[in-house]
Design a protein around this ligand. Structure first.
Ligand code: NAD
Ligand code: TYD
Length: 359
């Protein structure tokens, strides 16, 4: 039975990936999920699978060398899928150091531990051992409006502490592949949305605020463009890269779904109004009057857009969920999981929100 070591599996994309993998492979695989459970990690995301015999949760920091080494020593790990990271740009602007710590140093620890466990005396690796580093399109920097795409060959030009630390982690993975012939892949994906996303990110924040009749903060002129991908499509891409991709390659993953932030906010408002029953009291306040333009993010990247040509040509992956459908699924999930939202927005979230948005 193949054993996967997932880092950051209690976060947004990691938990969706774990659900996807158990949905696809059932009892044919074993998953070990290592997560520090920062503010972004939430075991509620995995409630329905926590009792599976082929699933183990270990609370550990990826920067903790001994703890990570021990996991490799105790388990015959075949695949690593490395999600764990500090992931929010605004937090990285306020507190950059923890991004360097987790994203750069933590990735170095993961690479070292995997190499130590896997490398044979002659410097080669058993054929079934693979490490996949989950990264972002933000490492490529910013594109001008309406012109050009990010390709795997686009030079790195990160601007935020978040994207710089992810770029640093990507470079380390590349260095391991070049220096040690370490069996890895990198995926650089565009913005994800879907169930279990923490409401510090645009889409769940807007859904949550709109339902509560709170202002909807739009940075700058609202015309920054992101390329949105439904999270399950990302999970599928990661699995396909490990199954069908060429080792040592980078694959860009994207939704072919560019939208300005203001368009996203308007689509969410329209979809909420469409989906809320007429007798739901929240329907009265879900309106464009809530939109509030606020001070722009420092160093705000203007546009991200992925060209997923390589992953389509080599692996046959394509985004399957159209935005109209994906946003409905996402909103439906939030309707059905109000408790989840209440739990994650109690406690420290309010402090973060008040400090971040003085609206
Ligand atoms: P997230 O913030 O929702 O989850 C991160 C998870 O990592 C949490 O469970 C957290 O507890 C855990 N974690 C953080 N620091 C840790 C540490 N030191 N040790 C162990 N665990 C730790 O993030 P996400 O949105 O799910 O993103 C996952 C990965 O995908 C990240 O590497 C991110 O850079 C990348 N990515 C995200 C997006 C996106 O749109 N969210 C797009 C492309 C790539
Ligand atoms: P975000 O979800 O933080 O993802 P990223 O910065 O990694 O792309 O933000 C998406 C876009 O939405 C980005 O251009 C910033 C903008 N934004 C707002 O306008 N208001 C908000 O409250 C947030 C969180 C983001």
């Amino acid at each position: 039975m193949r054993t996967y070591l997932i880092t950051g599996g209690a976060g947004f994309i990691g938990s969706n990936y774990i659900h996807y993998m158990f949905g696809k492979y059932g009892d044919e695989i074993r998953i070990i999920n290592v997560d520090k459970l920062t503010y972004a990690g939430n075991l509620e995301n995995l409630k329905d699978i926590e009792n599976r015999e082929n699933y183990t949760f270990i609370r550990a920091d990826i920067c903790d060398k001994e703890a990570i080494r021990e996991i490799f020593a105790q388990n015959d790990i075949d695949r690593v899928v490395h999600f764990a990271a500090e992931s929010h740009v605004d937090r990285s602007i306020r507190n950059p150091e923890v991004f360097v710590q987790t994203n750069v140093l933590g990735t170095a620890v993961m690479l070292n531990a995997a190499r130590e466990a896997w490398e044979k005396e002659d410097g080669t690796y058993p054929g079934d051992k693979k490490f996949l580093h989950v990264s972002t399109d933000e490492v490529y920097g910013s594109l001008p409006e309406g012109e050009g795409y990010f390709y795997e060959t686009t030079p790195y030009s990160p601007h935020s502490p978040y994207s710089s630390s992810k770029a640093g982690s990507d470079m380390l993975v590349k260095a391991y592949m070049d220096t040690y012939h370490f069996p890895a892949n990198i995926t650089n994906c565009s913005n994800n949305y879907g169930p279990y996303q923490f409401p510090e990110k645009l889409i769940p924040l807007i859904i949550n605020n709109a339902l509560q009749g709170k202002k909807l903060p739009v940075y700058g002129d609202g015309k920054n463009v992101r390329d949105w991908l439904y999270v399950e499509d990302h999970a599928k891409a990661i699995d396909m890269v490990q199954e069908k991709g060429r080792l040592f390659e980078t694959y860009n993953v994207g939704g072919h779904n560019e939208k300005q932030n203001i368009e996203i906010v308007e689509i969410i408002l329209d979809t909420l109004r469409e989906m809320l029953p007429d007798d739901d009291p929240r329907k009265a306040h879900v309106s464009r009057d809530l939109i509030t333009y606020v001070e722009d993010r420092k160093g705000h990247d203007r546009r991200y857009a992925i060209a997923p040509d390589k992953i389509k040509a080599e692996i046959g992956w394509e985004p399957e969920t159209m935005f109209k459908e994906g946003i409905k699924k996402t909103i439906r999930w939030f309707f059905e999981n109000e408790e989840w939202m209440k739990n994650v927005t109690s406690g420290d979230y309010q402090k973060y929100y008040d400090a971040m948005y003085k609206v």
